[in-house]
Design a protein around this ligand. Sequence first.
Ligand code: FNR
Length: 184
Amino acid sequence: SKIRVAVLVGSLRKDSFNRHLARAVERLSPADFSFDHVRIDNLPLYNQDFDADYPPECKRLKDEIAAADALLFVTPEYNRSIPGVLKNAIDIASRPWGTNSFAGKPGAVIGISVGATGTALSQQHLRNVLSYLDVSVLPQPEVFIQNKDGLLDADGKIGNEGTQKFLQGFVDRYVAWVKLHLRR
Ligand code: FNR
């Protein structure tokens, strides 16, 4: 059976560069990997009162993450950190206490921004959160991409050979990392 990757994109924007980047990674991945984008735009804002009786959308999020073999976070940088929508989804899936849906899964963090930091600071904060949540995050290569016109299209086609090779290198390491953790 296929290795199932839950993809969490940290932008709700219709033409999100990060969603395009997620598609690009998917295109470069082997046929035994499948990618499911996890919906985070219809979640309530996390409230600890939920823990007594978790809302259906929050349970749905937890179930989708729990069902995945591996995780892929593709996120912009908002004000030098993690976008609130993504942090909210992570907080929801990490709770109620003792039922962290991320625990023990392999994953990776990548991103693209308009600014020259290429999401480096957002990713560093996200790595901190994910290591607390017991996700084994691929250490290298880091993927910090600055958007340029024509770099990525909505289908994930990459308009630049250097970027294509670089991303293929990331995908190869990610695939090996996931298989190592799953012992496959
Ligand atoms: C940004 N942007 C941004 N870019 C960056 O490189 N570093 C940053 O700290 C920020 N901060 C920031 C805050 C907020 C609230 C917004 C809306 C934007 C710009 C960001 O890179 C750009 O909007 C990207 O297009 C966002 O990614 P998506 O939505 O295209 O995936």
